[in-house]
Design a protein around this ligand. Sequence first.
Ligand code: PHE
Length: 488
Amino acid sequence: MAEEAVLGFLQTKEHISDSHEFAASIGVSHTELENLIKSLKGFQIVDAQEITRESWVLTEEGKTYMVNGSPEALFFSAIPPEGISRSNLKEKLGAEIFDIGSKAAAKNKWITFEKDLVKRKVESVQDEVKNVLARINSGEAVGDQVINDLKRRKLIIKQTWKGYSLKKGPKYVSKRKKPETDLTREHIVSGDWKNLEFKEYNLNAEAPQIQAGYLHSLLEVREQIQNIFLEMGFEEMPTNNFVESSFWNFDALFQPQQHPARDSHDTFFLETPASTQNLPEDYLGRVKLVHESGGYGSKGYGYDWKREEAEKNLLRTHTTAVSTRMLYALAQQDTFTPKRYYSIDRVFRNEAVDRTHLAEFHQIEGLICDRGLTLGDLIGVLEDFFSRLGMSKLRFKPAYNPYTEPSMEIFSYHDGLQKWVEVGNSGMFRPEMLLPMGLPEDVNVIAWGLSLERPTMILYGISNIRDLFGPKVDFNLIKSNPICRLGL
Ligand code: PHE
């Protein structure tokens, strides 16, 4: 309807000078007309020029005077021919009308004051203020002097309108064909397409949000790291058992039974089944010996090793328990084959939960087992691995693990945070761990571990680990995560 009106008007007239007036004249809202103008402009059917129009509108006070009359006129009319006392008049008119009206009426020289008496000075008056307010209200233009007076009295206020002036555009038509949005087989076969108008592509239109499945940030980073391991020729270790025995989690790693990490304050022990029965007897005997009295050039720890302690079941505290099982399995083969293993899976620690700690997290672990490996190999492999993650500036700091010697903490310089951050732990597995398994003496194992959460938090700028993992995770965070990130 509005479209016909606009196009029809422009057919005979040069232009529509003000979209507001035009909208009012055809009885549609300006918003509706504006949307139409934008669409017609997009197709170059009309040329639209933005205009701003200023107009004066009455304030609430102005509206009251337009209806009831100005205070000065009310004041004048309330004075009887013989005059009236101030107090009576005030009572009649109310304090506000009395105050405003007396001043304005006096200024107009309509009235005089004789002592306490108020008297008319002229026969009759015209309420010009009331009249001019009505004229402004109906859109009439009035002189500057009058406008200034009314503005000063706060009876009118200026309003600016944004609107359009319109004229025919280069593709003006008096009646618009509905543009086609799709070119179909039928259009081509029938030859229709020659006479049709097609809607242009709007490359600025926003695409709809796809409501599909989204990968959690941890899974995104896990895949990225998994790909790095695969590119470097690593095989994945089976980490699908969260429950482990103390034997594989600690004892086989030459971690003494009095070690504080084996306390229930640090480790979750299982109530049922509380202990494991299946441990390899021969190997168990050699592990007991190496703890008690050493061997392979070691003095051992010199304490009474208890089988019951090793049999205690727990939620694994690191995936190094799995690495140990894999190395033991490797040692049972007739001939030794070098291996590169990795895993990324969940581990559990009995920790107080805070901004950076949870009682469960994901551990990334890599190890290489071969003859004659050195600390230099470990450093080289770490530099390769971490630079593929975008962390090429590395520093190492001597550290301690019961199962590695030497051990190194790994730090990387983070350009975004502008500081060195600890990114992992590493070392060469001790002979006290490898030789009881039956691995050849010249075989060394270099290994490292890190958490998956740490780099993910840095990557996604998350400062509280509870925003990343657990029941407080916001789904919108996962939905709006970038698919692709550059650098770590
Ligand atoms: N198990 C270690 C940890 O939990 C990581 C590690 C793995 C360290 C391998 C050295 C070698 O922190």
